[in-house]
Design a protein around this ligand. Structure first.
Ligand SMILES: NC(=O)c1ccc[n+]([C@@H]2O[C@H](COP(=O)([O-])OP(=O)(O)OC[C@H]3O[C@@H](n4cnc5c(N)ncnc54)[C@H](OP(=O)(O)O)[C@@H]3O)[C@@H](O)[C@H]2O)c1
Length: 419
């Protein structure tokens, strides 16, 4: 018979998620877990809980021998790093939702768990309520896993949905913030940093690839133009910010975060508002789709509570794929099918493209669609130009072997009438 351990929790943070956890635990006595102390930053704030519960002193929690679980739910990644690493070194189990901190320090955090024989769970850090990490960790063997493609950021998806309904970018962002979907620093969401942090975590559990967020190609949603939305409408596409990782036929792994035109037949097409959706493709099962709320108090709390519950029976990530004999590595040896829109031809070098499919020119805005090597894209001068909008076409990844050489490139450029 499994005996469930009693958990005495030291909670850091009493904001959107932290207060949610407090409320849920109060209503779930069967969980065998209770909060002993809550550390917050601003003691003057009015709280919906007994004043004696709160402290601003980390040590009151970290040095309390009775507290055997730290639940870290603050919005400051640097302070979260201190809290989490100190706790693990003190052999206290930790649950966190801080994807920025986890992605930036993944290698060290994996090492600390092994060195101190202690558990660190973070299901809420990726896709809120969707149980993706434990699924990848336990169910999908990496030999079978072909790709993951997902909408992993609720607030950008909310903003894109509202823009599609006619609201301005500013109004949509404000709504996302008021509803508690957006990070305190919205740049993390709209520039794609949050999504690339989640991609970094997914890569470790999907393929055992331990990387840094900056290793991956990343573009957010701030550059999208009205003309891009019109192009999408004309072609019956939805624009979604996607995080993707794909195992190529050379056995290496591609990973990136970019806006993408999504077709009606993709499960991601109908993922709207703060919802997240992840398509997992594996060799035998083909495509499977996980869908759910990616942000907000109770959806995020549901993943945190699931981790707390798992710790009552001492669950831990084994990181089996990281310690595999044959390790997967990241590659940039692939091409992407992209749509690029810009104000002036001087902004974009058309010769960066391997093939051009079409181009279109109006007085206000031009666009080109074509095939580009991913390093060429990343190193192009126009990659970081805020007036250039870059969106993936559907079925965006093309493997090196599939790309025919120079002759076709020249021919396609000539066909498109580009000099
Ligand atoms: N909100 C979501 O939907 C969501 C979804 C998934 C993951 N997450 C992650 O969950 C974490 C918490 O997010 P949130 O939305 O709940 O944040 P939040 O509403 O902004 O609350 C942050 C809390 O952290 C406390 N805090 C900040 N710095 C602190 C410090 N140095 N020491 C002690 N307490 C400190 C704040 O204290 P005061 O109350 O005193 O200001 C506040 O209670 C973040 O890592 C976020 O990325 C959030």
């Amino acid at each position: 018979m499994i005996t469930h351990k009693r958990l005495t929790i030291g909670l850091f943070g009493f904001g959107v998620v932290g207060e949610g956890i407090y409320q849920v635990l109060q209503q779930t006595p069967s969980l065998n877990a209770s909060i002993k102390k809550v550390c917050i930053k601003h003691p003057e704030k009015k709280r919906n809980a007994d004043a004696g519960l709160f402290t601003t002193n980390y040590d009151e929690i970290l040095n309390d021998p009775e507290i055997n679980l730290i639940v870290e739910l603050i919005d400051d990644a640097d302070e979260a790093y201190k809290i989490v690493t100190t706790s693990l070194k003190n052999k206290k189990s930790v649950v966190s939702a801080n994807k920025k901190m986890i992605a930036e320090h993944l290698a060290e955090l994996v090492g600390l768990q092994q060195e101190h024989d202690v558990s660190f769970l973070y299901e809420a850090a990726v896709c809120g309520s969707i149980p993706i990490i434990r699924n990848l960790e336990e169910y999908y063997d990496n030999d079978l896993l072909q790709s993951i493609s997902g909408i992993v950021n609720g607030s950008t998806n909310y903003i894109l949905t509202k823009i599609g309904e006619g609201l301005s970018y500013k109004e949509s962002l404000l709504q996302a913030q008021q509803l508690g979907f957006a990070e305190s620093n919205p740049k993390l969401d709209v520039e794609g940093f949050d999504a690339v942090n989640k991609l970094t975590i997914l890569l470790a559990h999907a393929y055992g690839v331990v990387s840094k967020p900056e290793d991956h190609v990343r573009i957010g949603i701030t550059r999208l133009q009205q003309s891009d939305a019109s192009y999408a409408k004309e072609k019956n596409f939805e624009i979604k910010l996607t995080a993707q990782t794909i195992k190529l036929s050379n056995g290496k792994v591609a990973g990136f975060v970019l806006p993408q035109f999504v077709t009606r037949d993709s499960q991601l097409y109908n993922v709207k508002n703060e919802y997240n959706g992840v398509i997992i493709e594996s060799k035998l099962a083909d495509k499977q789709f996980l869908y759910g709320k990616g942000a907000g108090r109770f959806p995020t709390s549901s993943a945190v509570i699931s981790d707390i519950s798992a710790l009552t029976y001492d669950y831990r990530y084994e990181y089996k794929k990281i310690s595999r004999h044959e390790q997967y590595v990241l590659t940039n040896a692939y091409f992407l099918r992209v749509y690029v829109s810009f104000n002036d031809w001087a902004e974009v070098n058309r010769w960066d493209f391997e093939q051009v499919f079409e181009f279109h020119s109006t007085d206000e805005r031009q666009y080109i669609t074509g095939l580009i090597q991913v390093d060429k894209l990343r190193n192009a001068k126009w990659f970081n130009d805020s007036s250039v909008s870059i969106i993936l076409l559907p079925e965006a990844v093309v493997e090196n072997e599939a790309v025919v050489g120079q002759t076709l490139k020249k021919a396609s450029l000539q066909l498109a009438g580009v000099n």
